[in-house]
Ligand binder design. Structure first.
Ligand code: SAM
Length: 229
């Protein structure tokens, strides 16, 4: 999610050994490739890529090539376009289970665990983390208010992603629809040079994160309603 040293040995070995790598943004992933001297051929697949492109990639794999998918940063398929590929791959293989438990024929998806912004904040928050809900990106308009209002009496931590542009507005909404005194944790630029983990009430966060000084990438965690730090 931002720090190249958080790459796992297994991930690097895999990127070196597959026939080709599918990346969300090849320019972005080039930095990673250079750091770990990965020479594998790379092609792009992003949110606006066509269904046809996904099919072409999956076709190559079905014919015997091996491929790895990397999103811009973090764990593929956590709120990024990776799902389109894994879904197609999974459908390609109609779940034929062999007695050994291995799947029969088709395409095998092998997940390689790694860092994700949501789990990174969860482990560094100091907030209850035995049970949590992750909502990804909230809808921009329809349903947004309803979701926020549903947090008022929730008994576990709730996390979501928010873009830098909407972050100040989100704090305002939390104050209005949840509670200005609700405890939150904000993870900004996690694992990067300007990493910040801010804990406080919504109102305090509004004072701290002004429109002028709000930069970077954000994960927001709303504590259970009865939790105070
Ligand atoms: N797949 C990624 C993952 O596992 O973390 C998430 C992809 S999603 C398209 C991008 C969003 O994740 C950003 O808008 C931000 O909300 C969050 N994010 C990614 N990197 C982050 C970081 N270093 N610090 C805080 N939030 C981050």
């Amino acid at each position: 999610i931002g720090n190249l040293s958080d790459m796992t040995y297994r991930a690097v070995e895999t990127l070196k050994s597959v026939d080709f790598v599918v990346a969300e943004d090849t320019r972005h992933s080039r930095i990673l490739f250079d750091r770990y001297e990965i020479k594998t051929q790379m092609l792009s697949f992003h949110a606006r890529s066509s269904e046809r492109k996904a099919e072409e990639i999956i076709d190559r794999i079905a014919k015997g090539e091996t491929a790895a998918y990397i999103s811009d940063a973090g764990t593929p398929c956590i709120s990024d376009p990776g799902f389109k590929l894994t879904n197609l791959a999974a459908r390609h293989n109609p779940n034929k289970s062999l007695p050994s438990g291995r799947s029969g024929g088709g395409i095998t998806i092998i997940p390689i665990p790694g860092p994700s912004a949501v789990t990174t904040l969860l482990s560094g928050s100091g907030f209850p983390s035995d049970k949590f809900t992750f909502l990804g990106f909230l809808p921009h308009k329809k349903g947004r208010q309803t979701i926020l209002k549903s947090l008022v009496e929730i008994d576990h931590s709730v996390l979501f992603y928010e873009s830098v542009h909407r972050f100040p507005k989100l704090l305002k909404e939390l104050s209005e629809f949840v509670d200005p005194n609700r405890t939150i944790c904000v993870g900004r630029e996690l694992t990067k040079m300007h990493e910040e983990i801010y804990r406080g009430t919504v109102a305090q966060a509004q004072d701290h994160f002004t429109v002028e000084n709000t930069r970077g990438e954000f994960v927001v965690m709303v504590a259970p309603s009865n939790f105070k730090i």
